[in-house]
Design a protein around this ligand. Structure first.
Ligand code: ZN
Length: 134
């Protein structure tokens, strides 16, 4: 997958509004590790049911051999959400928009990735980005 440092300008695909990148990791660049509140993981899993910029290909995890496509249990109705083929967009209360690959959930759960505090705050206090906004 394409690497972007956390909090850099999103340039992966054309976009309607500026976004900052979060969790675009690869194995050539060290990343921050640490605890992430379970509410953040739950909120990201909810967002993963409505991913943005869905791609035809599936991105695998660069850090492990877990079978692709990666999936997570969602609610009883949906069963699973699939990771590695779209982005999660979060709109912070101050208007900042963040784009994270859906694999960010796997990175947090399996590889101890800790996103920047401002993104964690945006997930907790912000809202999903409307599909026609970014
Ligand atoms: Zn992995």
């Amino acid at each position: 997958m394409t690497y972007f440092p956390d909090l850099s300008d999103y340039t992966y695909l054309p976009l309607r509004n500026p976004m900052l990148t979060i969790g675009w990791l690869d194995r050539d660049h060290a990343f921050t590790t640490g605890p992430v509140p379970p509410q953040v993981i739950a909120a990201l899993t909810t967002l993963a049911a409505h991913q943005h910029n869905i791609t035809r290909g599936v991105h695998n995890c660069h850090f492990c051999d877990e079978e692709s496509p990666l999936k997570l249990p969602a609610d009883a109705r949906r069963g699973y959400v699939f990771l590695g083929m779209g982005e999660l967009h979060v709109l912070a209360p101050d208007g900042t928009t963040y784009s994270a690959p859906s694999l960010i959930i796997h990175y947090i759960l399996q590889h101890n990735y800790q996103p920047p505090t401002e993104f964690i705050d945006a997930v907790l206090d912000g809202q999903p980005c409307p599909l026609n906004f970014c």
